[in-house]
Design a protein around this ligand. Structure first.
Ligand code: AMP
Length: 403
């Protein structure tokens, strides 16, 4: 029996998981600050939802879904992304008018595994539905930017583009299609396969980059309302002092985007997996899964990539390690008191020698030490270079100022 997890998946434990916890906590704080309540949808959905919602000819749907038939004969799929499920849940709820939801959880895609590309990976995301104004797009982009900055993604860059809408995009696709058609012999096989299906998706092919350098850009073919919308999104980002770049070749892999598309790039990661997140506006998605018209905008961020990019010290599990000269039963009672007072505390339950307990303390990286002495209620508290004797009851307040 092998104990390895399935290919493309990982077990994540301490100390790396301390970093994950920190990121997930900060996510809750920021989503809350921007007014996004938690929305939880099933990890599997009807296969049909993703075929219609993500796009039947997208790579995600054609090559990457974990699809199975359940005992009732239904075709179900482990969710490859979060948006389609959240939009379905929104439609099912019957809600009307501006609606916000934030999600956090595992997604599944059968990809070729490599660093930052896993078969089970964790996304954080928001969806803002039944809203059309460019301020909504800017608010969503801002939330992702503030959060990623708060969790210290270094070299963070926001890249934006507009993909137009059903009015201006078809014309642009024809123009782009003829440009590519004329250069057929210079395109890679993957791009050739897309030329009649969706030439837009050829734009981000790295192999074909030289052919694409002079390709017509969507932003020069936007209809007036789309151009106005895009202009206001950029103006708002300026107003929020969010640095961004425009990239005419940013198209995103999923079919449902209209108008604004954006990505968050960690410039210090390899180009193949330097997108820590991305999103955009998807005004036609609700209808494409059979619902009413409900324009919306959202993003998804990849936690695996955030962890990879930030490479920050994973931190420690507990703030305080309690060393006991008087046995684990006393330590248990003392730790309980400190925990109830709000400190995070760890100690040795096995009654090992004091020296062994000190070793455990330094291994855990706890920032403070509390030593329970053999002679009564006084404890010895150490943090940084400071050391002080006090009663156990005084410890939470004294340490609270220093942790
Ligand atoms: P997408 O849903 O494809 O727009 O991806 C949004 C973000 O999720 C990406 O920018 C990545 O950070 C992350 N992501 C997508 N696919 C994977 C994967 N297979 N492994 C790890 N992270 C991923």
């Amino acid at each position: 029996m092998s104990f390895r997890p399935p290919k493309g998946t990982d077990d994540i434990g301490a100390p790396e998981s301390n970093r994950w916890r920190d990121i997930l906590r900060q996510w809750d704080t920021w989503a809350d600050r921007f007014g996004y309540p938690l929305v939880m949808t099933p990890i599997f959905e009807s296969t049909d939802l993703f075929e219609r919602g993500v796009g039947e000819d997208t790579e995600v749907v054609t090559k990457q879904m974990y699809t199975f038939t359940d005992r009732g004969g239904r075709s179900l799929t482990l969710r490859p992304e979060g948006t389609a499920g959240v939009v379905r849940a929104f439609l099912d709820s019957g809600a009307r008018g501006a609606w916000k939801g934030a999600y956090s959880g595992p997604m599944f895609r059968h990809e070729r595994p490599q660093a930052g590309r896993r078969r089970q990976f964790w996304q954080l995301g928001v969806e803002y539905l039944d809203v059309e104004g460019p301020a909504a797009d800017a608010e969503v982009i801002e939330l992702g930017y503030r959060f990623l900055s708060a969790v210290d993604v270094p070299g963070l860059k926001v890249v934006v583009n507009s993909l137009g809408d059903t009015v201006c995009r078809p014309g642009y696709m024809t123009t782009l299609g003829s440009y590519l058609e004329e250069r057929r012999e210079m395109l890679c096989d993957d791009s050739l396969a897309l030329i009649d299906v969706n030439p837009l998706r050829i734009l981000d092919c790295t192999v074909c980059a030289p052919v694409l350098a002079d390709a017509p850009a969507m932003k020069d073919h936007l209809c007036e309302p789309c151009a106005g919308h895009y202009g206001l999104v950029k103006k708002s980002l300026d107003g929020l002092s969010i640095p961004f770049e425009e990239d005419a070749r940013l198209v995103r892999g999923l079919d449902y985007y209209t108008r604004t598309a954006f990505e968050y790039i960690a410039t210090q990661l390899d180009a193949a997996q330097n997108a820590v997140g991305g999103g955009g506006r998807y005004d036609g998605l609700a209808e494409s899964i059979g619902g009413r018209r409900a324009p919306g905008v959202g993003f998804a961020l990849g936690v695996d990539r955030i962890v990879l990019a930030s490479g920050k010290d994973a931190g420690s599990q507990a703030d305080v390690y309690l060393v006991s000269e008087t046995g684990p039963e006393n330590a248990l009672i003392a730790a309980s008191g400190l925990r109830l007072a709000g400190l995070s505390v760890d100690f040795d339950t096995e009654g090992r020698r004091v020296e062994a307990q000190f070793k455990s303390a330094s291994r855990t990286g706890a920032r403070a030490l509390v030593v329970l002495k053999g002679d009564g209620d006084e404890v010895d508290v150490r943090i940084g270079g400071e050391r002080e004797q006090m009663g156990l009851d005084a410890v939470p307040e004294w340490l609270g100022d220093r942790l």
